[in-house]
Design a protein around this ligand. Structure first.
Ligand SMILES: C[S@@+](CC[C@H](N)C(=O)[O-])C[C@H]1O[C@@H](n2cnc3c(N)ncnc32)[C@H](O)[C@@H]1O
Length: 163
């Protein structure tokens, strides 16, 4: 079995945790009761933590990979930077952080999110800002891609922790 991996805001556990679980010791982190219930059925082998990502703490250098797809962008942007720093402390040197962040700066509530009846809060910088210090991620991604979503999109980054 490979390294420890953490999926922040793992949703229903599919696709990320389900794909990682056969090869890595993946732990899901999720705030929603409903998503936890779905993930327990879909990825029964993976342990999970039912918690707000803002409140959680792990040991340093613990994870080989941390994934946060479409999850950190639901937290206010000003509170993302401290979380990035904590994620970096949890990653082992050479470990990878895979995240979906903003492409265009945005903060606020969106009615009829992605054509549904849901109202969604989102907050993120534009792609360039995330790479800058202070305020941004401040690390150089080894991969960066625009991911279309509705009328806009997100930026997916793969960032290594320096060895
Ligand atoms: C848009 S979904 C993405 C789910 C999954 N990562 C994916 O890519 O399919 C965002 C998830 O983040 C979770 N989430 C939002 N805020 C959170 C928080 N503060 N702590 C933990 N999970 C959170 C939501 O409940 C939701 O399941």
């Amino acid at each position: 079995m490979g390294a420890e991996a953490l999926d922040i805001g793992w949703g229903c556990g599919v696709p990320i945790a389900r794909r990682l679980a056969p090869r890595y010791r993946v732990t899901g982190m999720e705030i929603s009761d409903v998503q936890i219930e779905r993930a327990c059925a879909l990825v029964p082998s993976a342990p999970f933590i039912h918690v707000d990502m803002a409140m959680v703490a792990f040991a340093e250098n613990m994870f080989g990979a941390v994934v946060a797809l479409y999850s950190m962008i639901h937290r206010p942007r000003a509170k993302q930077r401290p979380l990035f720093e904590r994620i970096y402390s949890w990653l082992m040197p050479g470990g990878l952080f895979l995240a979906t962040l903003g492409a265009e700066a945005h903060a606020g509530i969106e009615e009829g999110w992605l054509g549904s009846e849901a109202t969604m809060y989102g907050s993120h910088a534009d792609a360039g800002m995330y790479r800058q210090r202070p305020g941004g991620l401040g690390f150089e991604p080894i991969e960066q891609a625009f991911v279309p979503e509705g009328d806009g999109g997100q930026t997916r980054v793969l960032v290594p922790k320096p060895r």
